[in-house]
Design a protein around this ligand. Structure first.
Ligand code: SF4
Ligand code: SF4
Length: 108
């Protein structure tokens, strides 16, 4: 990475980051929109959710959004689609679908 130049990284798109991603400085991971890496997407069913917070505990990307002790959604800007939350949810409130399917359904 001898020629790595992190100048103006605040304005980088996901495609601008070098392969393997380099953190230019501490506390900057929020600026890396890792959601662009996702090939699968967890979809949340609010009606099935018990707010047990297991998904929040296990999500490696802090992408489960919570307010006042209740889940409010998924941060798709940073969720990488690893599926850990889907595996950990014991209430059938999370389903993993392909990103292509999700995008197609959004367009309908
Ligand atoms: S798929 Fe992975 S990164 Fe995305 S919300 Fe679930 S646990 Fe977090
Ligand atoms: S693990 Fe499932 S039931 Fe628990 S907060 Fe997450 S989505 Fe809701």
């Amino acid at each position: 990475m001898a020629d790595f130049n992190g100048e103006n990284y605040e304005n980088w798109k996901p495609s601008d980051f070098p392969e393997g991603y380099v953190c230019p400085e501490a506390g900057t991971s929020v600026n890396c929109h890792t959601g662009g890496w996702r090939s699968e997407r967890p979809v949340w069913d609010k009606e099935q959710c018990s707010n047990c917070m297991l998904c929040w505990v296990y999500c490696p990307d802090s992408s489960i959004m919570v307010k006042d002790g209740e889940m409010t959604g998924i941060d798709y800007e940073h969720c990488k689609g690893c599926g850990v939350c889907v595996t950990e949810c014991k209430f059938g409130a999370l389903e993993l679908i392909s990103e292509a399917q999700a995008i197609a359904e959004e367009g309908e």
